[in-house]
Design a protein around this ligand. Structure first.
Ligand SMILES: [Fe+2]
Ligand SMILES: [Fe+2]
Length: 334
């Protein structure tokens, strides 16, 4: 219990800075882009031409590409899962006990959710207009994913959760950016722009979450180090770990999607290792002083982990066979 009380105290101390973090890393509603800024305006006379263009450009994109874009979209659309998970963290007060109002951490979670909600919205509308995917199957997958929930191994611990979100926001920045590059290469400018602008949001979010962790390191270095170590030892699981197709159990859909992402180079084991290196560097864990013996061991483990993972990754082969998903009609070219 003593442990969690310290965490709560740290969260309460940092809470005073959270309004500042919101101003620094998030963008007010009136200034930020909305999905329709990037999509055809259906109130226009010649809207059909724009839709024809989307459908025409979509023909150039291959099977693995669609699988990855669908799974990325579904992952974004499971946002209710992530919001409720983060709202449940220790130190987040949706209904303040003493003041009868929510605290700044709850405000952060709501505002972050508000920004994130535009991502699934944008990609969903694009996929619908592209005419290349089976929307009903995709919609079922989204509903299943929300029904099934997830377990990312953080519990209600804010330290572990902020390691997770730092990692994940950078991972989504990378994958959306790469999807955008592939789209651009195939001459699909509209989709490239969507992916890039979404990747920009993910970058801001990553910068915020890594700052939360850095601030916690200043207050509670040993416990923060142990939390980081624990998350990396367990491996960061993806938010869509339980994704599935209609009529199927939670078995292989995530792996098949992940193989497609590796084949395309959208998100690879190398990226995972690079994210870990980036976080190690940003949090300057090599320079951290005043750690307990246990936390020092945790730090040593984290410092060596990238090399260890690289050696294992070198021996791993990515399966070449494409799984046929119900989401995508099998007439792609890639
Ligand atoms: Fe997102
Ligand atoms: Fe995100």
């Amino acid at each position: 219990m003593a442990l969690s009380n310290v965490r709560l105290e740290v969260m309460q101390t940092i809470e005073k800075k959270v309004d500042g973090f919101i101003d620094q890393y998030l963008i007010p509603v009136e200034d930020i882009w909305q999905p329709t800024d990037l999509l055809p305006d259906l109130q226009k006379e010649n809207y059909a031409e724009d839709i024809d263009q989307i459908r025409e450009e979509a023909k150039e994109l291959g099977y693995d590409f669609w699988v990855v874009l669908v799974a990325d979209m579904v992952t974004e659309e499971a946002l209710p899962t992530y919001e409720s998970w983060l709202m449940d963290m220790e130190g987040v007060e949706q209904h303040g006990k003493s003041r009868g109002e929510s605290n700044s951490w709850a405000k952060w979670v709501r505002h972050w959710t508000g920004e994130e909600n535009r991502h699934g919205d944008t990609l969903n509308k694009y996929l619908y207009l592209s005419g290349r995917v089976n929307m009903k199957e995709i919609e079922k997958t989204t509903q299943y994913l929300i029904n099934d929930g997830f377990d990312i191994g953080t519990g209600r611990d804010p330290y572990r959760n902020f390691v997770y979100t730092s990692f994940q926001e950078l991972a989504t920045n990378i994958s959306h950016k790469r999807v955008g590059q592939l789209a651009k290469k195939k001459g699909n400018k509209m989709l490239a722009k969507m992916c890039n602008i979404i990747a920009g949001d993910e970058m801001r979010h990553y910068m915020a979450y890594r700052e939360f962790v850095k601030t916690i390191f200043e207050h509670d270095p040993s416990e923060m180090m142990l939390a980081f170590h624990d998350m990396m030892k367990k491996k960061i699981v993806m938010p869509a770990q339980f994704i599935r197709e209609s009529g199927e159990g939670i078995a292989s859909a995530f792996e098949n999607f992940s193989n497609a992402a590796q084949r395309l180079g959208v998100y690879t084991t190398e990226d995972y290792i690079n994210i870990l290196k980036t976080l190690n560097n940003y949090w300057e864990i090599d320079k951290m002083r005043g750690l307990t013996d246990e936390a020092q061991k945790a730090r040593d483990y984290l410092m060596k982990l990238p090399d260890r993972m690289t050696r294992i990754a070198d021996r791993m082969a990515i399966p070449e066979d494409q799984h046929k998903f119900k989401w995508v009609e099998p007439n792609g070219t890639l």
